[in-house]
Design a protein around this ligand. Structure first.
Ligand code: KG4
Ligand code: ZN
Length: 340
């Protein structure tokens, strides 16, 4: 029977973060993330190593989430887990673990789409964030995705624009690699960018259809720009790191904002929510805040810890589905290419 007063455990293992969280009536009681450091040495996520690390982390992470929430596992009403999209081996660890725990506790199992969860994280009850009103536009920007989605209800979403090649997070991470920065380089570019001049260097904005994105051209022109300048001055990167990062970030943020402006024009919807790891970026956060007065938009920026991969967003979707009685079949399986 569906309980009004419920405790939902969320489990996230789609990429390189093993995460577990407990939500009680929309509020986060615990939100634990074990980030896998092993990938830093390789300059990107190594799927095989990610699956192994999930296997090692998942039990301690879940136990810690329950302990921090100050509840016993027997008090849980349902288990929500990420079924996709993501890396197959990583997803399988969370999927199998969640199935076993749900059957052991004899409670419902709820499958969650990772990209929907990045959007629905806005419905977590927190002082620092407000829930968007339907319909709204969601810009999902992460290491694996770049999409503009119209959201007319919790589970009524339509992708109206997306990247035709790399995701925006990849553009950040690959450019950071060109600069010799460790993986993931997005947050490091952001840190340097905040001290630099965004107009110091100019990079071309890729041209594709109005609502779609492309980042591979920018990545390549950035690589050539760095190679050319390092050939002239071997100290070019270290002498200009702040200006280089500020200029790159300015170009990317401006490009994302151009696309949002096109989407607002196309749909007439002026309420916008962002989600995904790149929404932690200071440049996009500032540009969206400014858009409220500049264009009269209503914008929603998630609390920092709900931007990058986390299980609180999986648990809130779990709660929304639990209340509607939407549960997974017992033969549910991981789907690395799951669509919104
Ligand atoms: O959503 P997420 O944690 O994982 C995926 O589902 O991909 O996003 C990770 C991505 C990485 O590419 C990382 O570099 C980027 O988000 N990222 C940032 C920032 N924080 C995380 N990119 C730019 N600026 C940041 N502050
Ligand atoms: Zn993500």
């Amino acid at each position: 029977m569906i309980q009004k007063n419920n405790y939902i455990l969320g489990i996230e293992s789609s990429c390189d973060d093993t995460a577990a969280a407990v939500i009680h009536n929309g509020k986060v009681l615990s939100n634990v993330v074990a980030t896998q450091k092993i990938h830093e040495e390789y300059g990107g996520v190594v799927p095989e190593l990610a699956s192994r690390a999930h296997q090692q982390n998942i039990v301690p992470v879940v136990q810690l989430a329950l302990r921090k929430a100050n509840i016993d596992k027997k008090q849980l009403n349902a288990i929500a887990f990420t079924s996709g999209p993501g890396l197959m081996g990583s997803l399988l660890v969370g999927t199998s673990f969640s199935k076993s725990l749900a059957i052991g506790l004899d409670i419902p199992l709820i499958d969650v789409n990772h990209m929907q969860a990045h959007i629905l994280a806005h419905f977590i009850k927190e002082e620092e964030q407000t829930a968007p009103n339907f319909p709204f536009l969601a810009l999902t920007i992460s290491g694996g995705h770049t999409q503009i989605v119209t959201v007319s209800d919790y589970f009524k979403m339509e992708v109206i624009g997306q990247t035709i090649d790399d995701a925006v997070g990849e553009a950040f991470d690959k450019s950071a690699k060109t600069l010799g920065l460790p993986y993931p380089g997005g947050p490091l570019i952001d840190t340097y960018a905040q001290k630099g001049n965004p107009k110091a260097f100019k990079f071309p904005k890729p041209k594709v259809s109005p609502l779609d994105f492309s980042f591979s051209g920018l990545k390549t022109s950035f690589l050539y720009f760095i190679q050319k300048n390092v050939a002239l001055n071997p100290q070019f990167i270290s002498e200009n790191i702040e200006d280089i990062c500020a200029s790159l970030q300015f170009t990317i943020v401006d490009y994302l904002m151009d696309k949002l402006k096109n989407a607002v024009k196309h749909t007439g919807i002026k309420e916008i929510a962002i989600g995904g790891g790149v929404s932690a970026n200071s440049g996009i956060r500032k540009a969206l805040k400014e858009a409220e007065t500049k264009y009269g938009w209503k914008t929603h920026i998630p609390k920092f810890e709900y931007c990058t991969d986390n299980a609180a967003m999986i648990a809130i979707v779990g709660e929304l589905k639990y209340k509607q009685g939407i549960f997974a079949e017992s033969n549910v399986s991981a789907n690395p290419r799951l669509k919104i």
